[in-house]
Design a protein around this ligand. Structure first.
Ligand SMILES: C[S@@+](CC[C@H](N)C(=O)[O-])C[C@H]1O[C@@H](n2cnc3c(N)ncnc32)[C@H](O)[C@@H]1O
Length: 285
């Protein structure tokens, strides 16, 4: 089995072009070793055989992609983010939508991996919004990995995976089966999982909050800036964007307001001011 530098470059180019994932110098060794393992597992003789395979078959492309994805995640990964969601964002949305009937909340977890992030959002809503059952809560959770989504949809986790949850959360939101923890329907029903490649533009409608944590770091600066722009457009005025700790909106020129909360930054699309709103109304007339 042999994979030449040239073949690696071609495979890397194809993956970058289709998924937006960038394998720069810092991730070059990770990339080449995973590709070589894959070529061996597929019992192929050369890198060119793999290239042919992934160009001709989506199943084969997905299978290689799966080997290259990093799906590390956990429940309540950044506690401060979930605290700000509970203490600031949800009460603000509650006030804003108080007179709406029915009251609805749309949240997007973009790059949700195996589901811990959207379920943490759902639990935070379950804890924070009084009478959450009376709201229409839609958490859209998307990822490029069908394998991760499959895991997420089942909502079954081991004891180690739920370590970050306190006893009350475990009892309130999970049932126990054969030593595993299964997300209860009340939480499960808030979340819809769907495959989605963030490198492709899809019409999404508007969201009150977007979580895209620890995903942008894998993309080129250009794609990061495009995504930040798209997230801004997908957010309702006053809506919030949550990124991972190593990510920021700094390299884009989108006018987010930045709030610092403990060790985290939170980005808010400015709410349309009353004067601006009146101006728009007047223009329409
Ligand atoms: C490190 S995980 C982050 C999971 C979660 N957001 C968190 O912070 O715990 C990154 C996720 O991004 C997904 N991903 C990578 N490239 C993607 C793309 N082009 N479109 C959608 N999801 C992608 C991966 O499959 C993976 O599940």
């Amino acid at each position: 089995m042999s994979v030449s530098e040239h073949e690696l470059r071609e495979i890397r180019g194809l993956i970058e072009q289709r998924s937006g994932m960038l394998f720069d110098q810092s991730r070059e060794r990770f990339f080449s070793s995973r590709v070589r393992v894959h070529v061996e597992a597929k019992k192929l003789a050369h890198g060119i055989d793999l290239l042919r395979l992934i160009k001709n078959s989506n199943v084969e492309y997905d299978s290689l992609l799966q080997r290259l994805l990093t799906q590390e995640t956990s429940f309540f990964r950044y506690p401060a983010i979930f605290e700000v969601l509970e203490r600031r964002v949800l009460p603000e949305l509650h006030m804003k939508k108080f007179w709406e009937s029915p009251r609805s909340l749309r949240i997007w977890s973009a790059g949700c991996s195996t589901g811990e992030e959207p379920y943490s959002i759902a639990m935070t809503i379950g804890d924070a919004l009084e009478f959450a059952d009376a709201w229409n809560i839609h958490i859209l959770a998307t990822d490029i990995s069908r394998q991760a989504l499959d895991h997420a949809e089942h909502g079954i986790y081991g004891a180690r995976e739920i370590e970050a949850l306190n006893l009350r959360q475990r009892e309130q939101y999970f049932s126990r089966t054969n030593g595993h923890y299964v997300v209860k329907p009340r939480i499960r029903n808030m979340v819809t999982f769907a495959p989605m490649n963030l490198a492709q533009v899809v019409y999404m409608g508007k969201f009150d909050c977007i979580f895209c944590m620890n995903v942008l770091i894998y993309f080129s600066e250009e794609l990061q800036a495009q995504l930040i722009q798209r997230f801004y457009e997908y957010l309702e005025p006053g809506g919030y964007l949550f990124l991972g700790h190593a990510e920021s909106v700094a390299k884009s020129d989108v006018p987010f307001e930045t709030h610092v909360y403990q060790d985290s930054l939170v980005y808010q699309r400015p709410a349309a001011s009353r004067r601006a709103a009146v101006g728009v109304e007047q223009e329409k007339v």
